[in-house]
Design a protein around this ligand. Structure first.
Ligand code: CIR
Length: 254
């Protein structure tokens, strides 16, 4: 059985951090409706969903992925790169402590979960505006004894590693080659997004289904042709806060 931890959209999401996007008005009820549909999709795919209450004064708290890395053996409470986001970890750590032993990333390291991509026992850490090499080193210290290898890779042109690459199968990734070099992934099969849809690379693999943004039909056709099962979700209101599919949940085995 797998559990997805999610968190309700904050009433203050309009004050979210933005790095590569210009600020647009966010329709809160619409963002909340899209988030509910996301939770329902996870439930329909067989996950238990633990939906935490909103954090009214933490605009980006819906993006729970950035607060922790949850593995079978332990959970690591991260230290998000944006100061405004660091208080988000407190309540997530309280919940995760019920399921895993906890470790914590310590300063000067900083890392958002959006910069961590796990492919089996390989853990890729994006070096971005949010995440630094100290974090990659601390993750190596924590995870090497558990049999994981940690690989730091540069990310340029987008917020997070997982803006540029996400897992779409046991040994395959969907990537935007404009933002990440596919050779970083050590022989893993990669499918490139349609160049007209640079944001399509953030998809969420749940079991054998890839949850996929409704705004990226061309890339979705590429996945269809490759025999990859997709399910479309509309998340364009959340995307105005520079978030997408992976960032709204922490998924792990119970
Ligand atoms: C931020 O800039 O931190 C938020 N507005 C968006 C975070 C999205 N997180 C993710 O993709 N993992």
């Amino acid at each position: 059985m797998k559990l997805a931890i999610t968190r309700q959209v904050s009433r203050s999401i309009a004050d979210c951090e933005l790095t590569y996007l210009a600020r647009e008005t966010i329709d809160l009820p619409r963002a909340r409706a899209q988030h509910s549909a996301y939770e329902a999709a996870l439930h329909d795919l067989g996950l238990a969903v633990l939906s935490l209450p909103e954090e009214p004064s933490l605009p980006d708290a819906v993006f729970v992925e950035d607060t922790a890395l949850v593995l079978d053996e332990c959970a690591i409470i991260l230290r998000p790169g944006a100061n405004s986001r660091r208080p988000e970890t407190k309540s997530v750590a309280q919940v995760l402590g019920r399921f895993r032993s906890l470790h914590r990333i310590q300063p000067p390291a900083q890392v958002d979960g959006g910069d961590i991509l796990c492919l089996g026992r390989r853990v890729y850490v994006g070096l971005s505006q949010r995440s630094n090499s100290h974090a990659a080193a601390q993750l190596h210290e924590l995870l090497a004894p558990l049999g994981y290898t940690v690989h730091a890779i540069p990310v340029a042109g987008c917020l997070h590693l997982k803006s540029a690459a996400t897992q779409i199968g046991p040994d395959s990734v969907l990537i935007n080659p404009a933002w990440i070099d596919p050779d970083c992934f050590h022989g893993v099969r990669s499918i490139a997004v349609d160049p007209s849809e640079p944001w399509a690379a953030n998809s969420l693999l749940v079991g054998e289904t890839v949850l996929f943004g409704a705004d990226f039909p061309r890339t979705r056709r590429l996945l269809d042709r490759a025999g990859i099962l997709t399910k479309e979700l509309r998340v364009d209101e959340l995307a105005k806060a520079e978030g997408a599919l992976t960032c709204c949940s922490l998924i792990f085995s119970l």
